[in-house]
Design a binder for this molecule. Structure first.
Ligand code: PNS
Length: 165
């Protein structure tokens, strides 16, 4: 049986920390589905289509990956996609409480789906999409924290280089 994991997230936008987790996750599973949460109630910087495009460009060299989006409960989506695992990255201790709650709730909802945590690479321990967006919005250089396509689009979005969108 194919071992499929879902790597869910907002990915608004994808960072090098996310890429590190997904690349390592791909060595553990036959297939990893990177699943972007579609949440109309939450204000996002980039649309789901833009976030999908960034992920597709950044992960184009990895074979056993699919990029998708989902709404509703993660465990229902995982079941529909025949996944048996949810992959999550864990950064500093500050992530632990939320991740623990999420994993326990998901386990309560569907006991046959396991959450697998990978420790974030040391280089990315303090990077997050929100802090990167904040820095970029004030013209800060985030080039070494995000894939090139994201760096370019952040500059366009915040008017710190190139055309605005
Ligand atoms: O990148 P994020 O924002 O930390 O990802 C959070 C995500 C998408 C994994 C989480 O919000 C999620 O799974 N949302 C879908 C609804 C759901 O199933 N919530 C958990 C059980 S209530």
């Amino acid at each position: 049986m194919e071992r499929i994991a879902i790597y869910p997230g907002s990915f608004d936008p994808v960072t090098n920390g996310h890429l590190d987790i997904v690349e390592r996750g791909c060595t553990l599973f036959d297939k990893v589905i990177v699943a972007i949460l579609h949440n109309p109630a939450k204000h996002s910087c980039f649309t789901v289509d833009e976030r999908k495009e960034f992920l597709e460009i950044s992960l184009k060299d990895i074979g056993n990956i699919e990029i998708d989006s989902f709404g509703g409960l993660l465990v229902d989506y995982a079941e529909r996609r025949k996944a048996t695992a949810i992959l999550r990255g864990m950064r500093a201790v500050s992530d632990f409480e939320y991740e623990f709650q999420l994993a326990l709730m998901n386990r309560r909802l569907k006991r046959n789906i396991q959450t697998v945590f990978l420790m974030t690479g040391l280089r990315w321990i303090f990077t997050s999409s929100s802090i990167i967006k904040e820095a970029a919005s004030f013209g800060g250089d985030v080039a070494d924290m995000v894939p090139p396509i994201v760096n370019q689009r952040l500059k366009e979005r915040f008017g710190t280089g190139g055309k605005s969108s």
